[in-house]
Write a new protein. Structure first.
Length: 454
């Protein structure tokens, strides 16, 4: 059987896609001005806006969001009476972490062993390229059958909520019949998957103070309260002996009923060292998709090199809490803050600052758009059935859009399968996955438009 014309077109466009992703990855668009210049993010936003204009989008705009970043919006009118689909991606990226650990420079797209390496290649600059490929294939094969809105966020990785706040203040802007979030991924490379649930999240800065200044550990150690030791006690209280998250009053025993994640596969995907145990209890799917998970993201204290024999006066940490579907993030934050206060030893002074937050998300997989997506994915991945999984990560905008548009269907697909190693060093994207998902998105838009006409 000959390939679908859409698939043939997407295949022909892949060299252009690689060139464009190379340009987009080159922008060091980390939305944290303490680490990277604001100009890098602004340049990436302008690149995205120019790409939309080149595809015939009207009303292209750089939206100045309340967190000081920019999101990019554009609208492509469809045929009269056609439904409108919102396509989402984000152009901001995580910091590269240890650049020395990258085999190739993080902001230079580099092909190696059949994959394209670079920060944001999968998460989520590649997601924007996926949208462009799908639309170009449709234009080359009779036209785009729906109205299309595109929104490309500038601070998703920071969790600072700028686009959520903007959308709430301008609720008409992103209204659509269906939303496709291009920031998820297949459960495994080559296995077509839609993501049905996302954990919410919050990030808290925690600071402990005990003294007016550091003291000589020989003269004062043993009686003077050490702020770093107090912080360590506080952080340790957030986990049970088996590593399970323990926040007083926060349920942590839910069960995931769907697609399971074999432990051996998870150990390989997570690159767990031989002999090291996994943490928590229940199945891996329970732990990743149905239960809360706390992570200490960073600690402010003296590094080993240059450390002096001192009792520390202050210490601080950044904590992340992933919140499972069924739990309100605001309530989880209250419980976490109360837990931190209750477990601070020696009446040390504790300051807690909320840095970012987002609600969990659960999709209605019985909606008509899922039938169209199933047909599209199974056509793009011959011989494979569409799978439905959860995702332990967070996309705070999803719940905002669900609240604003309760009748709108929402689907999550994307390029972040396990081998992509998003957020880690040596992030990469599979060009085959990019090609197949672009085909699937185009076929979905065709099928969805036809279903609305029926």
């Amino acid at each position: 059987m000959s390939p679908h014309p859409i698939a043939e077109t997407v295949a022909s466009l892949m060299p252009r896609a690689r060139a464009e992703l190379t340009e987009l990855v080159a922008f060091q668009s980390v939305a944290d001005w303490a680490q990277f210049p604001r100009s890098e993010s602004e340049a990436a936003a302008n690149w995205v806006a120019d790409a939309l204009r080149a595809e015939g989008f009207t009303d292209v705009a750089l939206l100045d969001t309340p967190d000081g970043t920019q999101s990019v919006y554009g609208f492509l009118p469809g045929p009269a009476g056609a439904p409108t689909v919102l396509l989402y991606a984000h152009y901001d990226v995580q910091p590269p972490l240890d650049e020395a650990a990258w085999v190739s420079p993080p902001f230079e797209l580099t092909e190696r062993d059949g994959r394209w390496y670079g920060r944001g290649a999968a998460d989520c600059k590649g997601g924007f390229i996926m949208h462009l490929l799908a639309l170009r294939a449709l234009k080359a094969n009779g036209g785009v059958p729906v109205g299309v809105k595109v929104i490309v966020e500038g601070s998703e990785e920071q969790g600072t909520g700028g686009l959520q706040q903007y959308a709430e203040a301008h609720p008409e802007l992103l209204a659509a019949d269906t939303i496709v979030i291009g920031d998820a991924g297949n459960f495994r490379l080559g296995l077509p998957t839609v993501t049905a649930t996302l954990r919410g999240m919050c990030m808290l800065k925690v600071k402990v103070d005990t003294l007016g200044g550091n003291l000589h550990s020989g003269m004062f150690g043993g009686a003077a309260p050490d702020a770093l030791a107090a912080l360590i006690r506080v952080l340790d209280s957030l986990r049970a002996a088996d590593g399970s998250t323990t926040v007083d009053g926060l349920a942590a025993d839910a069960v995931w009923e769907g697609l399971q994640y074999p432990e051996a596969d998870f150990r390989a995907d997570a690159r767990v060292l031989d002999g090291v145990e996994l943490i928590g209890d229940g199945t891996v799917a329970d732990r990743l998709w149905a239960r809360p998970a706390v992570t200490v993201l960073g600690i402010d204290c003296p590094p080993v090199v240059g450390a002096t024999p001192s009792v520390h006066a202050s210490a601080a940490a950044l904590i992340s809490l992933r919140v499972p579907p069924g739990t309100d993030t605001a309530e989880a934050i209250k419980l976490l803050e109360a837990h931190l206060v209750a477990h601070t030893p020696w009446k040390a002074r504790l300051e807690v600052e909320l840095v970012g937050q987002g609600q969990p998300f659960q999709a209605d997989t019985s909606s008509p758009a899922y039938a169209s997506m199933r047909a599209a994915l199974e056509a793009a991945y011959p011989g494979q059935e569409m799978q439905i999984s959860g995702m332990g990560g967070s996309i705070p905008l999803c719940n905002t859009l669900t609240s604003l548009y309760p009748e709108t269907e929402m689907l999550l697909i994307g390029l972040s399968e396990p081998e992509a190693q998003i957020h880690a060093v040596n992030e990469s994207v599979s060009p085959e996955e990019l090609e197949r998902l672009s085909v699937a998105e185009a076929l979905f838009l065709l099928d969805y438009a036809e279903s609305k006409r029926a």
